[in-house]
Design a protein around this ligand. Structure first.
Ligand code: ARG
Length: 476
């Protein structure tokens, strides 16, 4: 670290004012550009300042710096935080990153005491600390946003617990389900997404601060104290691990990528269901856009973009895995590449979540079309087979075969199952009675699916209520 303050060094030579002691000249413009991370790591400013304040307080308590210096440092850092917060701070690329931008400004504000802040730490433990703190905050945000998303889904599910729609496999009519049941499937996925984030947060919540460059320090620091002040569970036990590990980034991005994939699947359904040919769902002007040439169009852009942003999330996860895979211990500059895509990916996910929550609140199912579509493609054929099993004690395999023949007959005559004359059914299976018509409507079909986790409207209503209670309790 250069002894001179930012001001004092100005004009003497062009080497870095924070570490340029052994450098006679400054970096090439291209070097400065590739080396700087301030364009993205300024996002970590709150965490950087919080960690520096904790470090300064600890240094004073341990008698490594004076209480007066610590007070000046903390005061100066508070000033910087409000300067950055209000957009007054001038970030300088020649100072490379957030750590040195803050420290250099601190020197301008408080003079010599600023130079004592970096005692017994390095940017290596500093950046690892900042990034863990930042990640912890983002996980809190995402956790809450996923809760809002679940709330919107569960509210709509309760409203549509009995709204019949087609259930698909292979995107072919499979069996009727209810719209509420479909929405609650995404509530369940979102809950596992939240748990994955929560797990990642528990595991990342240890403090690297005080690991210094890689080996620890000879100063009598108290890492437990800084860990506590920053609300970490404790200090990381191995200084090399503390500065070298980025599995917390991989783990969080993996949770984020999975969440994004879940959102994308629903977004895809929104795109399909709002197409005029399907017409099961409408979005209002709030979440659609028009075409500059085709006046009739209402495009589901928000859903399409949620679907597309998944690329960034998967890309960021892939990127951090690739960046880390060949790195020997300890810190390597490669690791600076851990941040830009992560910051972008998590803010893209937050935006996607907001957009999905908005679309869920906005979407209106066309219940008539949903019901009509639910009956297409002989979707109650399984109900007919089940009737044969229950009433005629037929083995299911045989019932499946008989039903197949009845479906073929109906299809040949161009009729839905419930319109096929009993006589035609009897020709295939003589024991069938008119009672069979009781199970062939889509409503009867969904009502009968009362097994645990099934789509019967009563089940769905009860589950939606459970979720709404649970989410409300969480909010406390
Ligand atoms: N900007 C750097 C990063 O993000 C901070 C750590 C720099 N450490 C170093 N030894 N050059 O990784």
């Amino acid at each position: 670290m250069a002894k001179k303050t930012a001001k004092g060094n100005k004009g003497k030579n062009k080497s870095n004012q924070m570490w340029g002691g052994r450098f006679a000249s400054g970096p090439d413009a291209i070097m400065a550009k590739i080396n700087a991370s301030i364009d993205f790591d300024w996002h970590l400013y709150r965490q950087d300042i919080a960690a520096s304040k904790a470090h300064a307080a600890m240094l004073a308590k341990q008698g490594i710096i004076t209480a007066d210096d610590a007070r000046k440092i903390v005061h100066g850092l508070d000033t910087i935080q409000s300067e950055i917060g209000s957009g007054k701070f001038k970030f300088k690329r020649e100072l490379e990153d957030i750590h040195m931008n803050v420290e250099s400004r601190l020197a301008e504000l408080i003079g010599e005491a600023a130079g004592r802040l970096h005692t017994a730490r390095s940017r290596n433990d500093q950046v690892a600390t900042d990034f863990r703190l930042w990640m912890r905050d983002r996980i809190d945000d995402l956790h809450a946003m996923l809760g809002d998303y679940q709330q919107a889904l569960a509210e709509k599910a309760l409203l549509h617990a009995g709204t019949v729609m087609p259930g698909f496999t292979h995107l072919q009519s499979a069996q009727p389900v209810t719209f509420g049941h479909h929405l609650l499937a995404y509530v369940e996925m979102a809950q596992r997404d939240r748990n994955r984030f929560f797990d990642a947060q528990v595991r990342l919540n240890d403090s690297p601060l005080g690991a210094a460059a890689l080996a620890g320090t000879s100063f009598p620091i108290d890492r437990h104290m800084t860990a506590k002040q920053l609300e970490f569970d404790g200090p990381m036990r191995n200084s090399l691990d503390a500065v070298s590990s980025r599995d917390f980034v991989m783990e969080t991005l993996s949770a984020a990528a999975i969440t994004s994939v879940h959102l994308s699947r629903f977004a895809e359904e929104i795109v399909i269901w709002t197409s005029p040919q399907v017409g099961m769902l409408t979005l209002s002007d709030k979440f659609t856009s028009g075409s500059s040439i085709m006046p009739q169009k209402r495009n589901p852009d928000a859903a399409e973009l949620v679907r597309a942003k998944t690329g960034r999330l998967i890309g960021a996860l892939n990127s951090i895995l690739v960046v880390m895979k060949g790195l020997p211990l300890a810190y390597q500059k490669d690791m600076q590449e851990d941040k830009e895509q992560t910051i972008d990916a998590l803010s893209s996910l937050a935006l996607s979540l907001d957009a999905m929550t908005g679309m869920v609140r906005d979407m209106e199912p066309d219940t008539g079309r949903m019901k009509a579509a639910a009956g297409l493609g002989y979707a109650t054929a399984t109900d007919l087979a089940d009737w044969l099993v229950r009433t005629l004690k037929m083995p299911f395999r045989e019932a499946h075969h008989v039903t197949g023949r009845i479906v073929a007959k109906a299809s040949e005559l161009g009729l839905p199952l419930e319109k096929l004359p009993l006589a035609d059914m009897k020709k295939i299976e003589s024991r069938i009675t008119k009672d069979v018509f009781g199970v062939l409507s889509v409503e009867r079909s969904v009502k009968s699916r009362t097994s645990f986790g099934g789509t019967a409207p009563n089940n769905v209503r009860a589950q939606a209520k459970k979720w709404l209670n649970r989410l409300e309790n969480e909010r406390g």
